[in-house]
Design a binder for this molecule. Sequence first.
Ligand SMILES: C[S@@+](CC[C@H](N)C(=O)[O-])C[C@H]1O[C@@H](n2cnc3c(N)ncnc32)[C@H](O)[C@@H]1O
Length: 384
Amino acid sequence: MPDSQFCFVVCQDYFVYKKLYDFGLLCFNLFREFVSVDRGLFCYCNLVYNFICMTIKNHGKSAIVSSSSNNINGSEMSHVPVLLEEILQSFDLPDKSLILDCTFGSGGHSRAILGRTNFNVVAIDRDSSVNVFANALFNDFGNRFKFMHGNFSQLVGILRSLNINNVNGILLDLGISSMQLDSSNRGFSFLSDAPLDMRMNVDDTITAYDIVNATSETDLANLLYSYSDEYRSKAIAKRIVEERNVSPIKTTGHLARIVRKIYPSGKHSIDPATKTFMAIRMAVNRELDELYSALDSCLDILCVGGVLSIISFHSTEDRIVKRFMREHSGYNNRVKKNKYDNGDKNQITYDLSIAINKPLVPSSAEIARNPRARSAKLRIATRN
Ligand SMILES: C[S@@+](CC[C@H](N)C(=O)[O-])C[C@H]1O[C@@H](n2cnc3c(N)ncnc32)[C@H](O)[C@@H]1O
């Protein structure tokens, strides 16, 4: 079995049995006085759990993926797909349609599309640590599924390399995955202390350390303001520069402490470091450039009648998506002609039609199940 597959199987088993073990332990402690069968369950789980741990240990280099290539551990095991039912409904397309999932992550959306329709899926992600999930989908769905490592800005080239000219549906579920956020060594989160990294693709050269320690004060302030609407952007940039003049800012913990000092103490609805971290992550991964590039490519690769479904998680991205859809659908009565326009001045055709005027948002039940879904907005358009 290839290493990556072994990893996946072992990881899956490990976490399933770890959960069983914890549950067994709980039952055992709670009910040992009364119910003898729980002791059996506990012993069994304990046995299997120990066996899996031993297997992982013996397998040496790969397994539990604390290594840099595969940052999956514990709570990072997978990402709960957001607005899943709404996404599935948005792809109301003919049989055997081809869907392009541009943000594969742990494959929650792709898996549901493959499992609940007869569509084919091509998925991409810039983070190669998701290979383990892609292998699992390939095992389950065979040739109906293909995964390619790459960026939005490479979309057209990637499809051409697969001899695909157009697709029936495109999904973008923007931002970072739970695996990335929770991975303690990747530096996305201010909740743990880690080297300032934040690269979605670990082969990229620029890290959060470079942005924080080498960007001028003015550019830092602009970046914080324009990417995340951080209203204390100037004060934060000034303090970052003062601190780094004393010694480089190397860790997420150090950066978070600097930002928190700018805000008056007391209760905040979100951690004061949230917006700074988001803006720096966006700069490291050139997320807005990538988004613009994806939107442009969508027009080229979506076939007539095709569906474009985009989930965003903050206002800067949602604004870009909204403007794009409005501009290309003539929403503001702007004249943006389709490239196949026949030249008749009275017959303006637009690239897109907006399928729903207001974005869809998660229900309170979904937010209760998955609080990370709370700021999601889904916009849908169809290709004319
Ligand atoms: C929110 S997660 C997607 C989760 C996924 N829908 C699921 O159900 O598991 C976003 C994913 O998109 C990837 N991503 C973000 N920007 C990208 C880009 N420009 N090119 C390719 N992948 C990107 C990230 O690495 C991450 O894995």
